[in-house]
Design a protein around this ligand. Structure first.
Ligand SMILES: Cc1ncc(COP(=O)(O)O)c(C=O)c1O
Length: 381
């Protein structure tokens, strides 16, 4: 019997985990106010950059005494700037449960070569935070984009820790609650939950992180692009929009447009609710079917943005080839783009459910996942 294709298609088939789908209703006309061809150091450019910082603070609820800077090289730039500038003062603990966290481990162990303990968990699980010594500097990823597993909350991070916490929150910021009092360094890029553009990173520093910057000089040289202090003092300009080098004012405008949309859907709470509702569609679908499961083993740590699923049917002969074929079929049908699992992750799908995704599109996608699954089971035979 021929397998029947679903009648309804997602209006927007973009489910990429980064760059993520743009805000609903996006059009390039929305960027008309970008001060193109003007200096980012002119009053108009500086005002845009400051507005980006101020609105980020407002929506995310970042405390007034935390610094927010726009830095080069997207989230990677922000994380590496922090690690190169702050680590080495004391022992580090590197925590990883998927490939991006593993990348930060490589940075510290193989490049910076400082004393570090590495704690890892397999795809689908998270490291037990109660086993971490927070008197060391701890580097971790809030939401593992490639494993669909996240930190449930900051409860296990002590308020009176002596070390710094450095948190890559790029696929969490704007879609999950972040406990600012437990985070000394937080990073993200615009291309994730807000559907912005790549290239720029955001670095948020607690007063304790600033204190470390002003009182500790790493043993290694720092390129200009990483330097946040001048003569032992924080370069405050960076945190007012005087970027280290030239940003794209088009990307800044795009970020401002996304922030305005974020406010229109109810700010942080509205953004979180949207991601939660999207993820629930996938979770409920997995719970109702015997052949698909969430990659996250514990529902408490299941991501609401990068929802990763695995195929569990015994009839599947080659898991990786099968999952790839399902993703390809969804792409060919034009109903689900870029939702194959990350290259190093277990075979499956990664369905981005961040705040710019419409719940109706996730609902429309799921029958297509079933259709593609059945079609590939048939194709195997
Ligand atoms: C958890 C995590 N960290 C870092 C990155 C790298 O981000 P960027 O390309 O913005 O530097 C990504 C990108 O997907 C990510 O998911």
């Amino acid at each position: 019997m021929a397998i029947q294709a679903p009648a309804t298609r997602p209006a927007n088939p973009r489910f990429s985990s980064g760059p993520c789908t743009k805000i609903p209703g996006f059009s390039l006309d929305m960027l008309n106010d970008a001060p193109l061809g003007r200096s980012h150091r002119a009053a108009i450019g500086k005002a845009k950059l400051k507005e980006a910082i101020d609105t980020t603070r407002e929506i995310l609820g970042v405390p007034a005494d935390y610094r927010i800077g726009i830095v080069p090289a997207s989230d990677t730039g922000a994380v590496e700037m922090a690690m190169w500038s702050l680590l080495g003062e004391r022992k580090a603990t590197m925590v990883a449960w998927e490939s991006f966290g593993a990348g930060w481990v490589t940075d510290v162990v193989k490049q910076l070569k400082i004393e570090a303990e590495t704690k890892t968990a397999d795809y689908g699980d998270i490291v037990d935070f109660s086993t971490i010594d927070f008197n060391t500097d701890v580097v971790f990823t809030w939401n593992g984009t490639t494993s669909g597993v996240r930190v449930p909350n900051g409860d296990a991070i002590p308020a009176d820790r002596e070390g710094l916490t450095i948190c890559d929150a790029t696929s969490a910021a704007f879609a999950m609650d972040l406990p600012w009092d437990k985070l000394d360094v937080t990073t993200f890029s615009w291309q994730k939950v807000l559907g912005g553009e790549g290239g720029h990173g955001v670095l948020i520093l607690s007063p304790r992180a600033v204190e470390r910057l002003e009182n500790y000089t790493p043993a290694w040289p720092l390129p200009k692009i990483f330097r946040m202090t001048k003569g032992g003092k924080l370069n405050e300009g960076i945190f007012k929009g005087e970027t280290i080098n030239t940003p794209s004012m088009l990307c800044v405008e795009d970020y401002l447009v996304s922030l305005t949309w974020a406010k229109s859907v109810g700010g942080l709470k509205g953004l979180i609710d949207r991601a939660d509702a999207n993820a629930k569609v996938v979770w409920d679908f997995c719970a109702a079917k015997s052949w698909i499961a969430n990659l996250a083993n514990d529902p408490a740590t299941a991501s609401t943005t990068s929802v990763c699923v695995k195929f569990t049917d015994d009839r599947i002969k080659d898991g990786a080839a099968f999952a790839k074929a399902v993703a390809k079929r969804l792409e060919n049908e034009g109903v689900g783009l870029d939702l194959g699992a990350y290259r190093d992750a277990p075979a499956g799908l990664r369905i981005w459910c961040g705040s710019t995704v419409e719940t109706a599109d996730v609902e429309a996608l799921m029958p297509w996942v079933e259709y593609a699954f059945e079609a590939e089971i048939a194709a195997q035979a």
